[in-house]
Design a protein. Sequence first.
Length: 283
Amino acid sequence: MIKKLLNKEKEYAKVSVNKNFKNKSVDDKFWIKCTSCGSNIFKKEVEENLNICPKCNYHFKLPARERVNLLIDEGTFVEIDADLTSINILDFPEYEEKLSKYSAKSKEKEAVITGYGKINDIEVALCVMNPDFMMGSMGFIVGEKITKGIEYAIENKLPIIIVCASGGARMQEGIISLMQMAKTSQALKKLSENNLPYISILTDPTTGGVTASFAMLGDLIISEPNALIGFAGPRVIKQTIKQDLPEGFQRSEFLLDHGFVDLIVNRKDMKNKLYKILKIHGC
């Protein structure tokens, strides 16, 4: 009887330790929980897999600098307009504090990195939006940097690739942020008139005014798997049209089936796929 009680006590202790360890480890800096499949995975394992869940292929956010390093040949990227930073044009309350906070957190000055470099020795202009800086929201400086990136491509007769990741227009800049939609679109029209290709890459999330402007104007529109792509949110759309919405209607797979996206490409294959596309177009 005593032996049975001791064995039960050991089993209970073992379960408690495992349970506590698991709960503690999920919150630990060494673990991450996949928002898609719910698996608990070592952060290092995810990072070594290009921020992709090794169990379900869910694509986590990728910092802009890492995205540049992923796509561009080592040592060839040259950043332009790196010193352009936002100011509080409309005296929006606490905007300066937010800019400082996100700059310190992301170690970037704005929500987009622009420049030029080579993809397997093919020179391209590149703009990469940064979801870690105010959710990649588009204010005056973001619109200006992207426009200047497009103009650089025109001046140097280069194809341009824009990697989109954004929550939309930046509310702290009001109508000025919305004006960037027209400005970037106009620049892309000039690019088209010069017969230079524009490849748009949509990542999770690409929403709001970015979707309604340059993100969906690519000669070729590529998306990562299961990326959220849309303008307004599902609740707003449902309230507006008074209809139930199809499941997953704002995900890249649905948009591919309905002709809004041309290709879905895994992050690991993106550089080689871009190279092949550029090569086919004689770049």
